[in-house]
Ligand binder design. Structure first.
Ligand SMILES: [Zn+2]
Ligand SMILES: [Zn+2]
Ligand SMILES: [Zn+2]
Length: 664
């Protein structure tokens, strides 16, 4: 195709006037960058009819148009050339642009669409690379480049986003349904949209596949230095798409092709060979990971991140202990690409194999061993897709249901509603099994050990408290940001000594037999840890030096709507053996108000106390909505400690849609 850059359909002034008119008409919020007018090149390419209501225009990417009466929806937008052809195609109004991924060739003309009042829907996990891409560019590391993934192919200016396309959900338009299948690979947040047009099931697959057996680029499949995660992801994504049995694949580059299963399988085979070539030690693509039968009713999945377990009763009902990401590739790459305001991406895994090979009929209950994202990433999906009930130890409830509340290690940025909770030493029955729950602190305070007998063997599900990664004994770990106290691990190993399980099912790695000797060695080792605490830290009541958050502002990630007071708690854990008398004053951006301005709080020895302060961001606050930090100035028993605690506040207007998937 040829471009004629001299023929711009809109002058800069004309463009800005059009944008302003759209803002005035309420079509778009006025955050559109008023810099240079986007250029719409003119080319000789013309739309081609694929079937009665489906057209494609070869622009910087393939732009697909589905027509319904004189309305249309576009899949990807390229430079926006399609707009010139609409009247020839009998389309008076484009209702939506749906994007498969964030690359510039898919979306460089979006500003023109916004100026014309066309709303844009984007993959949920790439939303920040459209609506907030200028922040991405300010923060993207370029020196010391190890995250080599091609997010450099992002837009250069923000475009307003009207809707997020969420994994496994359906986007509805005039009687059409677009199923959002997560298809990471070409980008981490890529989606495919599956819908029926003219009686054919069409899959709009972005750049997952170029043509039967081919991808357009290999460099897009590399995220971290020297790794090949995108190859692993593409093999997964092609397998999921094959299961959806499309009649036609409509790629973003290359030509649409019918009967696509063979072509997708051909690509998958080649990508597997390429993946093995780079992992000569015998690494397996994630899609081939197999759950392992431990005994008749217990299935382990040690290769998933993290290890998870399915207890399958005689009736076929299942209880999952943890359910995180499919593999380390999926966990690590998704974690590193997760936007500040997003939750880590999750894709379904292992469930079909548990059904076809191990007799699983339903997922009745899921229990987290502890609160960490690598163990609960799949829980919201289980609850939504399968109606799975979520049960947990009692001190996890507040954190799972309101993850914005605390600043702890490894929290998943999506609330998980808890259906039932258990106290320390509580027993319960589920199907033919009897369980005992015990508090098991050390790795994190929000952790349980779950004891039961399955197929004649006493077993303990212990999350990340006791690991066996070098197969030379039980190993532990220490993360101060996880609310660790002196004596925690000693308490937890004594639970094991008391119940004497034959097998420990850990949160990472394979199940292992546990002997009294291993328990004794572990106890000795963690007693040494407590002795180190006593030796190393300044204060005799040592836990002050283990706790970066003995004074907390709660919630840590607050949301403030302008003009509406919000309650913040100041929570104080007193680790000392004497009472504390605190004076507390919030330190805020100018013009913000706290009521009262100063508050006194007495905390008895060894206790936790809290007080409430109201925070107001005034309606007429001059600055933009967004995140600001606040702190609290503290005087403790007469000595001035200063601003020893902090939190962040996301400022919104009353009519602003939440930025993240989190509820207000
Ligand atoms: Zn692309
Ligand atoms: Zn953990
Ligand atoms: Zn873990």
């Amino acid at each position: 195709m040829t471009f004629r850059l001299d023929r711009l359909p809109l002058s800069r002034r004309g463009f800005l006037e059009a944008a302003a008119a759209a803002v005035a008409a309420g079509h778009i919020p006025n955050i559109f960058p008023q810099t240079t007018a986007p250029k719409i090149p003119i080319s000789d390419a013309r739309p081609r009819r694929i079937s009665e209501h489906l057209f494609v225009l070869e622009d910087t990417c393939n732009v697909y148009l589905i027509r319904d009466g004189d309305h249309g929806v576009l899949i990807d937008f390229g430079s926006g050339m399609i707009l010139k052809h609409l009247s020839d195609l009998g389309v008076g109004k484009i209702d939506w642009i749906l994007h498969t991924h964030h690359h510039r060739d898919q979306a460089q003309g979006d500003a023109v669409a916004v100026a014309q009042g066309i709303p844009i829907a984007v993959p949920a996990h790439e939303r920040h690379l459209f609506g907030d891409v200028e922040r991405f560019w300010r923060n993207r590391r370029i020196f010391e480049l190890y995250q080599v993934r091609n997010d450099f192919f992002s837009l250069i200016e923000n475009v307003p986003v009207s809707a997020a396309l969420r994994d496994y959900e359906r986007f509805r338009w005039r009687g059409h349904e677009f199923f959002v299948q997560p298809t990471p690979g070409h980008t981490i947040g890529s989606i495919s949209l599956i819908t029926t047009v003219d009686g054919h099931k069409a899959a709009f697959t972005g750049d997952l596949i170029y043509s039967p057996g081919k991808v357009q680029t290999l460099y897009d499949l590399q995220y971290y230095y020297q790794e090949h995660e995108g190859v692993d992801f593409s093999i997964y994504s092609l397998a999921q798409l094959c299961k959806l049995t499309p009649d036609t694949v409509c790629p973003s580059h290359g030509r649409e092709f019918s009967n696509p299963i063979a072509g997708m399988e051909e690509l998958s085979v080649k990508l597997r060979d390429w993946f093995r070539y780079w992992h000569p030690g015998g690494s397996t693509p994630t899609i081939d990971y197999e759950p392992v039968q431990i005994s008749r009713h217990l299935i382990a999945h040690p290769l998933a991140t993290s290890a998870f377990y399915a207890i399958i009763s005689d009736s076929g009902k299942g209880m999952f202990i943890d359910y995180g990401s499919p593999s380390w590739d999926f966990f690590q790459a998704f974690r590193d690409a997760t936007d500040t305001y997003d939750r880590m991406r999750f894709v379904e895994h292992a469930i079909e194999k548990l059904k076809s090979k191990h007799g699983l009929k339903s997922i009745d209950v899921a229990m987290p061993t502890h609160i960490h994202d690598d163990h609960v990433n799949g829980f919201p999906y289980l609850a939504r897709e399968f109606g799975t009930k979520i049960w947990c130890y009692e001190n996890m409830v507040e954190i799972l249901e309101n993850p914005r509340g605390r600043n702890l290690g490894c929290l998943l940025g999506e609330p998980i509603r808890v259906d039932r909770s258990f106290k320390h030493n509580e027993t319960f029955r589920w199907e033919e099994f009897k369980f005992t729950v015990m508090h098991s602190p050390g790795h994190t305070d929000y952790e349980m050990a779950l004891f039961t007998t399955i197929d004649g063997k006493r077993i303990a599900f212990t999350g990340d408290a006791f690991l066996n990664y070098d197969k030379k004994g039980m190993r532990h770990n220490l993360i101060y940001r996880n609310d660790t106290k002196t004596g925690d691990y000693v308490t937890s190993i004594r639970n094991i000594a008391e119940i004497q399980p034959a097998i420990i099912a850990p949160g990472h790695g394979e199940c292992f037999s546990v002997t009294p000797q291993m328990v004794k060695e572990f106890e000795t080792r963690v007693e040494q840890q407590d002795a180190f605490f006593g030796e190393l830290m300044a204060y005799p009541d040592t836990d002050i030096g283990l706790d970066p958050a003995w004074v907390q502002i709660y919630p840590y990630q607050a949301i403030a709507v302008r003009g509406r007071p919000i309650p913040l708690e100041v929570r104080v854990r007193n680790h000392r053996k004497a009472a504390l008398k605190l004076e507390i004053a919030l330190c805020l951006p100018s013009q913000w108000k706290s009521t009262p301005e100063r508050v006194a709080l007495n905390v008895p020895a060894g206790a936790t106390s809290k007080t409430t302060i109201k925070l107001t961001v005034p309606l007429d606050w001059r600055e933009q909505n967004g995140r600001r930090a606040i702190s609290a100035d503290i005087v403790c028993n007469g000595s001035y400690l200063g601003q020893i605690t902090e939190a962040v506040v996301d400022v919104r207007s009353a009519d602003e849609e939440p930025r993240a998937e989190l509820p207000v």
